[in-house]
Design a protein around this ligand. Structure first.
Ligand SMILES: [Zn+2]
Length: 146
């Protein structure tokens, strides 16, 4: 092989390698987005994925608290913040899916609410995590909900 051609080839290979290396984080992000594609295509799915990430953050918070990484005060204020965000997102989801506001699931809603509300059955069979109707996967354990 001609020496000039050979070194040119090496150069191209190096450039290609460097290019791949530099773009790797972006490629990863892109493939992650692609993975979530059918999740983000509608406003509702956007809300659902937002809800999922809030729940994920809440679980992480719980974990950090349980492992002693957070003080009681930090835990409580963060949990309150996440709970507020989650409630807001759930409300937006309810509005979008045409559900009445009263369907928001809270422990304080008591037995009477549970009776006329099928929401109690919206629990993951695998882990008991309460999910929103229309979810494809459990936000608690990732199990298939269909
Ligand atoms: Zn689950």
């Amino acid at each position: 092989m001609d020496n000039a051609v050979f070194s040119a080839l090496i150069m191209v290979l190096i450039m290609f390698g460097v290019g791949l290396y530099i773009s790797a984080p972006f490629m990863r992000r892109t493939s992650a987005d692609m993975f979530k594609d059918d999740y983000d295509e509608t406003p509702l799915h956007h809300l659902l994925s937002r809800k999922d990430s809030i729940y994920a953050a809440m679980r992480e918070l719980e974990f950090d608290y349980n492992t002693g990484k957070l003080s009681d005060g930090d835990y409580e204020s963060l949990q309150g913040k996440f709970a507020g965000e989650a409630a807001g997102v759930l409300e937006e989801i309810d509005v979008m899916t045409g559900k009445p506001k009263t369907k928001t699931k809270t422990k304080t809603s008591g037995k009477s609410a549970a009776l006329d509300d099928a929401a109690e059955s919206d629990k993951c069979g695998a882990c008991g995590f309460v999910y929103v109707e229309g979810d494809k996967f459990c936000a608690g354990c990732g199990a298939d909900l269909v």
